[in-house]
Design a protein around this ligand. Structure first.
Ligand code: SF4
Length: 615
């Protein structure tokens, strides 16, 4: 079809209730406003869902969507986003991952996949050039992600790519993930939504080429962007040591959370650092599609006593290392690798899984529960054999696993624990950059659009480390700052990352913004510049807020529990973010109503969001 370059021009629509497969033309007006990715998906979901939508019911919609240049060379855009109403938070569910199935879907001729309804029996979706079939997956149901993927690959050959849920998603664990061929769609329970639809997997094999507006200029430009980007030290470190490169620094500054947010430092951080993993087990870097950085880890423990395969497996990311390491007072890298392997196979988000289990350790430590409450499992700080048993139970919802599969807040309610002592925001375990060490992260935790605590939505820990951005007016603010400047810098970072979420770019890749604009222009033919990136980011951030308000989100839900704001000695030197000031300055800067949480009429008008403002 006739559409701007870069895009394939159509979305695959799959209704699992009627087993009907069809194509929907890509909406040019939505592309103009939101570019693609999470912005486009949120705009579509806004019209289809409301506050009465049951996230695990047939009326929820699961939308996999790409950015405009997925499937091309464009720097670090090999990511796919998945959105739905989240069963974990009740607001926008959004998770993105760099996988090779992402470009395969695009090369099969689709910019996205919109999944509605529910199948009566387990199925999987097979996508080839311009075609899709719904196939029986009864034999796969109950199997882990690794085995299921292997079986499916035999059907289309090893060039095909798979994404899949494990028992966690099948059993509707509310923080279940979707495992991709290299990385997982981890947060906000998108695996549970897929499980509720009885959709076990998607396999894709595409052979089409993505057409570009100015192919030769595009290629030369992207090669130059990549070259210059890889001359920057931070990108090199990320490639060499992975996302856990800064473990020692984070431990020193107190950014690394310890013993369920109550510890001040983790003296054994060396044992679980990216450098140690590289030295002991790294076989090679793993690059997402079109990424020159390669922060992914492919490791091997060889013959081992940990019950892990001797072959190559994925190494854990920083968040997973913090989750099963310092948060649990566990200095064993091998045990972290095993927990990561289990979660990736069973289909559980490593941030939430580790957060819930370290919460249980804290409850045991404070005498609030005993082993009897955990089916007799003797859980203590650092006792990882007990952790492995609980992970298994969470995925299968066996015994106490049924309670744990609902998350920390459900656990806290069941045992009568003060909600101020549960490290969640909006029901979701926050990620692992302690906001007492990096105050801008309080804004990421309290105010990010798609769940409590998104580092992708607002990586202020990086800005405070020096990732300023003059052209976007994002100022480097010292970590312990509690002034309006911090709020403004965080809000602008959030706008910028909202743009990233639609462009489909990895937040670890930070070439100058004018280079990104030029990439879009040369690839799609759409006129793009820094100003357009700014306004698009603002628009997407406001749209996500409007979506959340339509789902029933209120400002009262924007709160940080006391456990995350209790002063600690050590690296953070007793500092805490002033959330009252930072949050109210954030609203002021954005010109959103601080009582209702809604963007003002002026903002809605200026951003052209009128059709999303009445609900
Ligand atoms: S920097 Fe890492 S996560 Fe980002 S695209 Fe590259 S390999 Fe993937």
């Amino acid at each position: 079809m006739d559409f701007m370059k870069g895009y394939m021009g159509k979305i695959l629509k799959v209704d699992l209730s009627s087993k009907k497969v069809s194509n929907i033309p890509l909406d040019k007006k939505l592309v103009d406003k939101f570019l693609g990715g999470a912005g486009y998906a949120t705009a579509v979901l806004f019209k289809m869902l409301d506050k009465h939508t049951d996230p695990l019911g047939p009326e929820n919609v699961l939308f996999f969507m790409s950015g405009p240049l997925l499937g091309t060379l464009a720097t670090c855009t090999g990511r796919l986003v998945v959105c739905a109403k989240s069963p974990y938070t009740g607001i926008l569910g959004e998770s993105n991952a760099g996988n090779y199935i992402a470009p395969m879907i695009k090369r099969a001729g689709f910019d996205g996949i919109l999944i509605t309804g529910v199948s009566k029996t387990p199925v999987y979706l097979e996508i080839t050039d311009d075609k899709a079939k719904i196939k029986d997956a009864t034999d796969l149901w109950g199997k882990g992600i690794f085995e299921s993927s292997e079986i499916l690959l035999k059907t289309l050959g090893s060039r095909a790519k798979v994404m899949c849920i494990g028992p966690g998603g099948e059993n509707l664990a509310k923080f279940a993930n979707i495992g991709g061929d290299t990385r997982s769609f981890g947060r906000t329970g998108m695996g549970a939504v897929m499980g509720s639809k009885k959709l076990k997997a998607i396999i894709a094999l595409g052979t089409k080429m993505v057409e570009l507006a100015k192919p030769e200029e595009f290629k030369q430009h992207v090669l130059q962007v990549n070259k210059e980007m890889m001359e920057v030290y931070t990108h090199q470190v990320m490639g060499g040591l992975g996302t856990a490169a800064n473990m020692n620094l984070y431990s020193l500054t107190g950014e690394l959370p310890v013993k369920y947010w109550r510890g001040a430092s983790f003296p054994e951080e060396d044992k679980i650092s990216g450098a140690t993993m590289a030295e002991k087990y790294l076989k090679r870097q793993r690059h997402c599609y079109a990424c020159p950085i390669g922060c992914g880890r492919v490791i091997s423990l060889g013959e081992n006593d940990f019950g892990l395969p001797s072959s190559e497996i994925s190494g854990p990311e920083y968040e997973t290392i913090a989750s099963f390491g310092s948060m649990m007072d566990n200095p064993s890298l091998e045990h972290i690798i095993k927990a990561n392997y289990m979660c990736n196979d069973l289909g559980l988000d490593t941030v939430s899984t580790g957060g819930i289990i370290s919460f249980l350790m804290d409850l045991i430590d404070r005498g609030k529960i005993t082993a009897k409450d955990l089916d007799g499992i003797d859980l203590k700080w650092g006792k990882m054999d007990a952790v492995f048993q609980l992970i298994q139970k969470m995925a299968t919802r066996d015994g106490v696993g049924d309670l744990l599969s609902k998350g920390s807040n459900a656990v806290g309610r069941y045992f009568g624990i003060d909600t101020e002592q549960v490290g969640t925001v909006n029901n979701s375990e926050v990620i692992y950059h302690d906001s007492r060490a990096s105050h801008g992260m309080a804004i990421a935790y309290g105010l990010s659009p798609h769940y409590g605590g998104s580092h992708n939505a607002c990586d202020m820990y990086m800005v405070s480390l020096g990732l300023s951005r003059e052209e976007m007016e994002i100022e480097m603010i010292p970590s312990h700052d509690n002034t309006p400047k911090m709020a403004v810098s965080a809000a602008r970072t959030m706008e910028y990352r909202a743009f990233y979420s639609s462009y489909g770019m990895c937040v670890f890749a930070n070439p100058p913004t004018d280079q990104i604009a030029k990439t879009i222009e040369l690839g799609t033919g759409l006129p793009y510049d820094i100003e357009r990136i700014k306004i698009t980011g603002k628009r997407i951030l406001a749209l996500k807020r409007l979506f959340n308000l339509k789902m029933g989100f209120t400002r009262e839900m924007e709160r940080m529990p006391k456990i995350l704001l209790t002063p600690l000695e050590g690296g953070t030197e007793g500092a805490v973010p002033d959330t009252h000031l930072l949050f109210s300055e954030y609203y002021k800067y954005l010109n959103w109503n601080a009582v209702t949480g809604k963007p003002s009429e002026k903002v809605i008008r200026e951003l052209g969001l009128e059709e999303f403002s009445n609900f």
